[in-house]
Structure formats: C-alpha cells, structure tokens
Ligand binder design. Structure first.
Ligand code: ATP
Ligand code: MG
Length: 276
C-alpha cells in the first residue's frame, strides 16, 4: 500500500493543466504504475485549494469502470495536494484527436456510450461533473474511455454552493451556464449541462475541430458565448448517419428543459445497438 508520495518514484511528466502537473509514477516496492496529479497553491489560492479539496472528497467515493480510479489523495508538507490515479496509458481524447484528427462513427458511438454510463453513475450519486471535454476523457491500455477530473464537480445535494467559485471550461459549457439569465440557468440542476458538453465533444470527434465556431475564428470568450447562446445549432455533416444527427441534436438542445437526459440517451439508437 502507498502511504505517502515518498513511496513513489517519478518516471516522467505526462502533462500540465490548470495549476497542476501530472506525472507517471511507480510504486517503489511493487513497481505498479500510476498517474500522480500534483496541484500547487500559492498564498492567494484559497479558492482553488477549496476546489481541490472538493475534488478529493468526491473522488474517494467514486468507484466505476467508466471513471478513472483515484486510489489516494495526499497532502504534502509543501502544501501541495497529490492525487494518485489509475494510469491511463493512451492519454486523452484530446491527444487522440490531435493525432487522428477525427474518429469514425462507430468509435464515437462507443465513446458516447461509455461517457453516458459514467455520467449515469455520477448523476446517480448526485454528482455533476461540470467539466466534460476531450482532455478529461482518458483512454486506457485496452482503448476504453473513462471520465477523469472532477475539478469543477460539485455535490448537488447537501453542499450545493460548496464549489460555486469553480469555473468550467467555457468552450464546452451549456447555454444555461454561460448565460443563466437568458436560459433560465438559475433553476438548472447541472446534470443537463454534462449532456450538452458530451454533445459538443462527440460532434468535435466527428468533424475534427471545435464545432461551434468556424475553423478560422479566434475562440475568445465573447465569440464562444455568442456561438453557444445565440448561434444556430450546427447542422450535422451530410456524411453523418441519421442516428448520430439525432443524438447530437438531442444533446445540443439550447433549452436545458427540453434537452435529452442521460437516461433517454442511453436508450438512443446511436449508442443502444452496441454490444458490451
Ligand atoms: P484541466 O486542468 O482543465 O483539467 P487538462 O485536463 O489539460 O486541463 P490535467 O488534468 O492536469 O490538465 O492533465 C494534464 C495531462 O495529463 C493531460 O494531457 C491528460 O491527458 C494527462 N492525464 C491526466 N490524468 C491522467 C491519468 N490518470 N493517466 C494518464 N494521463 C493523464
Ligand atoms: Mg484534466
């Protein structure tokens, strides 16, 4: 058993995110391989530290084959917070897209099915993920996708405001989160926001670039906000099957009250005619 970061040997840096670095590490005694996410905080980072503490509390309770396993959370003397995670050998969907550009429909269908099952599990625990995007969907050695990173998740029931300062990544945010006034976001439960994000991700996988604004456009906050809240819903490419088009349309319904639920999508023909 690993009791502190000193039981681990750092093998390499996997990547950097907001405020943290992810390392490939191994257990010195058993030589099992893990990913270790190290979050550093400066004196002014009380809010971020609070967010990370939320993340740790949530992660401890999560155990699903569709979610990247978090084995332990360590507080270091230097004030860092370390998350010992299942190592996802093949990186993220973001990495995959930067190599392969886009993915065939049957692969996307498999990804969508696994993400939906993961969301079903989380939502069942009253957890909103809040940051579904390609870099938070990781791929293991078998090629299976799992959901990672509860950076902005919050437990909806109970500590409702605990992580309200946390900001999701705006590109994948739903209209009701980007503009709560217009889209009645104050009453939204957040679960439907995860469905929206999944819709953006699967569409991106198919067309090969962020789909809500034109390829040449600079994705600043204002342009994104306009595209998400006011943009005409992107027509699916002609080459997409009717099932895929219908799936994306149900995810990218701007009014969250009309948007498909995870439950409905699990029964959708786009994902439902698959084995496994
Ligand atoms: P954000 O900070 O918004 O989550 P991010 O997802 O790009 O942005 P990190 O979560 O810190 O940043 O991840 C950094 C890199 O490490 C990413 O490329 C990610 O694919 C990789 N990574 C994260 N967790 C693991 C893991 N458990 N196994 C393998 N690679 C991982
Ligand atoms: Mg991440």
């Amino acid at each position: 058993d690993i009791e502190s970061p000193s039981d681990l040997e750092k093998l390499s840096v996997i990547g950097h995110g907001n405020g943290g670095t992810v390392y490939k590490v191994c257990n010195r005694t058993s030589s099992s391989v893990y990913a270790l996410k190290v979050l550093r905080f400066d004196q002014n980072a009380a809010a971020i530290r609070h967010q990370a503490a939320c993340e740790a509390e949530i992660l401890k309770r999560v155990d699903s084959q569709y979610i990247v396993k978090c084995h332990a959370v360590f507080d270091t003397i230097g004030g860092e917070l370390c998350f010992l995670m299942e190592y996802m050998e093949r990186g993220s969907l973001y990495d995959e897209l930067s190599v392969r550009v886009n993915l065939p429909e049957d692969v996307i269908s498999g990804v969508a099915q696994r993400v939906l099952r993961g969301l079903d599990y989380l939502h069942g625990m009253q957890i909103v993920h809040g940051d579904i995007k390609p870099s938070n969907l990781l791929i293991d050695g078998k090629g299976d996708v799992k959901i990672a990173d509860f950076g902005v998740s919050k437990i909806v029931v109970g500590t409702r405001n605990a992580c309200d300062t946390c900001m999701g990544t705006c590109a994948y945010m739903s209209p009701e989160r980007v503009d709560p006034e217009r889209w009645n976001g104050r009453n939204a439960d957040g679960f439907s926001g995860d469905v929206w994000s999944l819709g953006v991700v699967v569409l991106e996988c198919f067309v090969g670039h962020y789909p809500l604004i034109g390829l040449g456009e600079k994705p600043d906050w204002a342009a994104l906000m306009c595209a998400i809240c006011f943009g005409e819903r992107l027509e699916m490419p002609e080459t997409a099957s009717p099932e895929f088009r219908s799936f994306v349309k149900r995810c990218l319904e701007k009014d969250w009250r009309k948007r498909a639920t995870v439950d409905e999508l699990l029964g959708h023909p786009f994902v439902n005619n698959k084995k496994s």
